[in-house]
Ligand binder design. Structure first.
Ligand code: NCD
Ligand code: ZN
Length: 481
C-alpha cells in the first residue's frame, strides 16, 4: 500500500540553519512527510513547481500587536494574520496590550475564542505580568499562554510598570512554570522625568522622542531584569533591542548562565536618527530608532549570537494617530510583520548574512526558545508544514498602500527590496499563494500553546520567595491555635 501525499513542493532549495539542499518536499495531513530527491517523492494529489525558489521554514514572529479586541481602526486579528501570511510569517505571538488587557483568565479565554475564529496563521497569546496580575498567573497558564509580557516602561496602552519589588515577585511566581517572560526593557522613571523636562523646554520635535529615551534607559532595565532572572531562575527575553550599549549587560548575563534571550527588529538595523527628518513622527517607536552608530554592533550581535532572533514589534496605528504635530502625542510604532522578510532577504542578497543564518534567526531559534522545536521552525519529516516559498531574485518597492495591515503608514515606504515571499503555507495549507490571500483560510490558524514543551524549569532561591517567607512556621501556628 503506497502513501499518497497531499502536496509536493517540487524542485526548490530547502533551507535550514546549516544547509541549503536541492530537494522536493512532500506534505501530508499538515505535516512534512518527506524531504528528498524529486524521483524519491511519493505520488501526490497536487504538485507545485517551485524551481528557482527557496523553501524556508515559515517565520515565527514573537512580537506583534494585532490590537484585537480594542482598536479595530488600527488592526484586528484577521487583518494582522493576513499581513503575516503576506510576510511569510506562519506563527505570531500576540501582545496583551489590548482592551481589555490580557491579564485575567476571562480576557484570555475571550481572546482565544476571537483568535481561533479569525486567524489565518498560527499564534501564541501573551498575558500581561503586572503588579495586579501576579495572582492570576496559575489561571493564565491554565488558560493557555505562550509566555508573559512585562512592561518595565510606559508604551502604547499605558500599562503601568511594576515596581522592582513586584517584578521580583512576578519572576518568582512564573519561574517554576518554565514559561518565558518577555520584557519591554525601558526604565519608566528615567523616561518620564526626561519627557516632562523636554515638554517644559518646549521640545516636541521628532528628535525629542529620542532625547527622552537615551540608551541608558534600556541598559539599566536589561541589567536589572537580568539580576532578577539570575536570582529567581526565571527565563526572560529582551524585546526590541535598539542600542549597542545594552548588548553588554545581555552578554554578561548570558556568560553568567542566566536564561536570557534577545531580539532586534529591522528598524533598528536599517533606520537611524538620520531618518527622523524625512519620516518625522511616523518613525516614533518605543524604544526609539537610534543614532546610526548602533547599527553595526546590532548586526554583529546577530552574527555572534548575542541577539538570538529577529522579531518585528508590528505596532499598527492609523495615519491620523501617526501624524500629529506634537511628537509626544503621536502613537508609537508601525506595522512590520509583512515587511520583515523582504527587508531581511534584501540584506541576505547584499551579503549581510546567509539565508541559513536568516532561517536560524527568523524560525529555528524562536521555535527553540519557546519550546516549539522541532514541531515548528524546521523543514524536516514530522514537522508541521509551515513554509515560506521565497523568490530571492524578485524585486519590489515597499509601498504603504499595498500593505495588508490596516495601518498603511511606515518608515519603510518607498524602500527597494529584493527577495519576496511568494507562497506561505500553514500546516500544509496555502494561506498566501502567488501573493494573494487564499480565500477560506480565516480561522485556519490555531494556538501553539498546545504543542509548547519548555525544558524543565530551574527556579532558584526558592526558600526566599515571597511565598516561602509568608508561610507561617508550624511552631507559631500551634501557639496561635
Ligand atoms: C507598541 C504598541 O504600539 O503596542 N509600540 C511601540 O512603539 N513599540 C508597544 C511596544 O511594544 O512597546
Ligand atoms: Zn515594547
Amino acid at each position: 500500500m503506497s502513501i499518497i501525499a497531499d502536496l509536493i513542493l517540487a524542485g526548490g532549495k530547502v533551507v535550514s540553519p546549516d544547509a541549503v539542499i536541492e530537494a522536493s518536499v512532500a506534505i501530508k495531513d499538515g505535516k512534512i512527510l518527506a524531504v528528498g530527491a524529486a524521483d524519491a517523492m511519493p505520488p501526490a494529489r497536487e504538485t507545485v513547481d517551485v524551481s528557482g525558489m527557496h523553501v524556508l521554514p515559515g517565520a515565527i514572529d514573537v512580537h506583534v500587536h494585532f490590537r484585537d479586541p480594542g482598536y479595530p481602526q488600527k488592526e484586528d486579528f484577521a487583518s494582522g494574520t493576513a499581513a503575516a501570511a503576506f510576510g511569510g510569517v506562519t506563527t505570531v505571538f500576540d501582545m496583551p496590550n489590548t482592551i481589555p488587557t490580557v491579564g485575567t483568565a476571562e480576557a484570555l479565554a475571550a481572546k482565544h475564542k476571537m483568535a481561533s475564529e479569525k486567524a489565518h496563521v498560527d499564534y501564541g497569546l501573551y498575558a500581561v505580568l503586572g503588579e495586579d496580575t501576579i495572582e492570576n498567573v496559575p489561571a493564565l497558564i491554565e488558560g493557555g499562554v505562550i509566555g508573559f509580557k512585562l512592561y518595565m516602561g510606559n508604551t502604547f496602552g499605558k500599562i503601568a510598570s511594576p515596581s522592582t519589588g513586584a517584578m521580583l515577585e512576578a519572576f518568582e511566581v512564573v519561574a517554576p512554570s518554565g514559561k518565558r517572560i518577555s520584557l519591554h526593557a525601558e526604565t519608566n522613571s528615567i523616561m518620564e522625568r526626561r519627557e516632562t523636562r523636554l515638554r517644559q523646554a518646549g521640545r516636541t520635535d521628532p528628535l525629542a522622542h529620542l532625547a527622552s529615551r537615551p540608551a541608558v534607559v534600556a541598559i539599566e532595565a536589561v541589567s536589572r531584569a537580568a539580576i532578577l532572572a539570575e536570582w529567581t531562575g526565571a527565563r526572560i527575553h529582551i524585546l526590541h533591542i535598539s542600542s549597542a550599549d545594552e548588548l553588554r549587560p545581555l552578554r554578561e548575563a548570558k556568560a553568567r548562565g542566566v536564561d536570557i534571550t534577545g531580539e532586534t527588529c529591522p528598524h533598528y538595523l536599517m533606520l537611524s536618527a538620520d531618518d527622523y527628518a524625512r519620516f518625522a513622527s511616523v518613525i516614533r517607536v518605543n524604544p526609539p530608532v537610534r543614532e546610526a552608530r548602533n547599527q553595526e554592533p546590532l548586526w554583529a550581535a546577530l552574527a555572534d549570537g548575542t541577539v538570538d532572533i529577529i522579531a518585528t514589534d508590528h505596532a499598527p496605528h492609523s495615519r491620523e494617530e501617526k501624524t500629529r504635530n506634537d511628537m509626544f502625542d503621536v502613537d508609537c510604532g508601525f506595522p512590520g510583520v509583512e515587511t520583515q522578510m523582504p527587508l531581511m532577504l534584501t540584506a541576505v542578497n547584499a551579503g549581510r548574512m546567509t539565508i541559513m543564518d536568516y532561517v536560524a534567526l527568523s524560525a529555528a531559534k524562536p521555535a527553540k526558545i519557546w519550546g516549539l522545536y522541532p514541531r515548528k521552525g524546521v523543514i524536516a519529516p514530522g514537522a508541521e508544514a509551515d513554509i515560506a516559498v521565497v523568490d530571492l531574485a524578485r524585486e519590489m518597492r515597499l509601498d504603504d498602500a499595498g500593505l495588508q495591515s490596516r495601518a498603511k503608514i511606515t518608515p519603510f515606504h518607498g524602500r527597494k527590496v529584493k527577495g519576496l515571499p511568494v507562497h506561505a503555507l500553514v500546516r500544509g495549507r496555502f494561506v498566501m499563494r502567488d501573493r494573494t490571500l487564499v480565500e477560506g483560510t480565516r480561522g485556519h490558524g490555531r494556538s501553539v500553546h498546545t504543542i509548547q514543551e519548555m525544558p524543565a524549569p530551574a527556579p532558584r532561591n526558592t526558600d526566599q520567595t515571597m511565598e516561602s517567607i509568608t508561610r507561617v512556621p508550624a511552631r507559631q501556628q500551634e501557639s496561635t491555635a
